[in-house]
Design a binder for this molecule. Structure first.
Ligand SMILES: Cc1ncc(COP(=O)(O)O)c(C=O)c1O
Length: 256
């Protein structure tokens, strides 16, 4: 029998989640965007339930949820989307700030933005994996657009002090993005209480399916879509909704 001990990389899909997904592969293959027949409306209702579950787990309204293919895409949408929206709106803030211990799904899009006119500050962490609050406060100047700090580290599991970081961001007028891929479903996270503006999660880190995740966005946070297409997800992420995966994500979040 296989002894699998690498849950930070990926968790097994819960059999109850697999069962919840089953009807949406073959029994009802409808596209929820069709809205012309009953199967489509039923698929749409299943997506609505999943959206409500994901939103509820983070203490947000349903409208906050943008379904994606995982945390990598959610991070790209959050970081590149917020930077592009700032440019479009003439927001003079450009600086991006993050920690050296972030996942590459944060560091790579930030490095791309640095090459395209957004200065980047990468702060070190201490031996305990935590950011020094004084250095962080110093880094968040009047030119800072966004700070990205993860909730739980994917290698050593350290939990950053999100509430204190969120309060600092609010005080400085800085957007706070949190890659919570390793935290959602494992520890309680109330986005508004923690001052988080944008939060990324991934289904396969919480006993759900691979290939689905979400970006949660506080109302009013400007984002430019990074994938254009059929106008799904309020025009912020084009592409036919993967109903079985979204239902699975909802079931995984509800069962966590
Ligand atoms: C902290 C963190 N962010 C982002 C990701 C990327 O998630 P996904 O591969 O599901 O897009 C991972 C997965 O390894 C992760 O641990």
């Amino acid at each position: 029998m296989l002894t699998y001990l690498d849950h930070h990389a990926s968790t097994p899909c819960d059999p109850a989640v697999v069962a919840a997904m089953a009807p949406w592969w073959t029994a009802n293959p409808a596209n929820p965007s069709s809205r012309l027949h009953r199967p489509s409306l039923e698929a749409g209702a299943a997506v609505d339930i999943a959206r409500h579950r994901v939103a509820g787990a983070l203490g947000m309204a349903d409208e906050a949820v943008i379904f994606t293919s995982g945390a990598t895409e959610a991070n790209n949408l959050a970081l590149r989307g917020a930077a592009e929206a700032a440019l479009e709106r003439g927001n003079p803030r450009r600086r991006l700030v993050t920690l050296a211990t972030e996942h590459r799904a944060v560091l790579e899009p930030l490095a791309w933005l640095e090459r395209h006119g957004f200065p980047l500050t990468v702060l070190p962490v201490g031996a305990d994996g935590l950011v020094d609050p004084d250095r962080l406060a110093e880094a968040l100047g009047p030119d800072t657009l966004l700070l990205s700090v993860m909730a739980a580290n994917n290698e050593i599991g350290v939990l950053q002090p999100l509430a204190a970081i969120g309060a600092l961001c609010r005080q400085r007028g800085v957007l706070f993005h949190c890659d919570a891929a390793q935290a959602v479903g494992h520890i309680p996270l109330a986005m508004a209480d923690l001052g988080i503006d944008l939060l990324s999660l991934s289904g396969h880190k919480l006993y759900g399916p691979k290939g689905v995740g979400a970006l949660l966005r506080r109302p009013g946070v400007a984002l430019a879509p990074q994938q254009l297409g059929g106008g799904q997800e309020g025009g912020l992420r084009g592409g036919t909704l993967p109903v079985p995966l979204i239902v699975g994500l909802g079931a995984a979040v509800a069962g966590a």
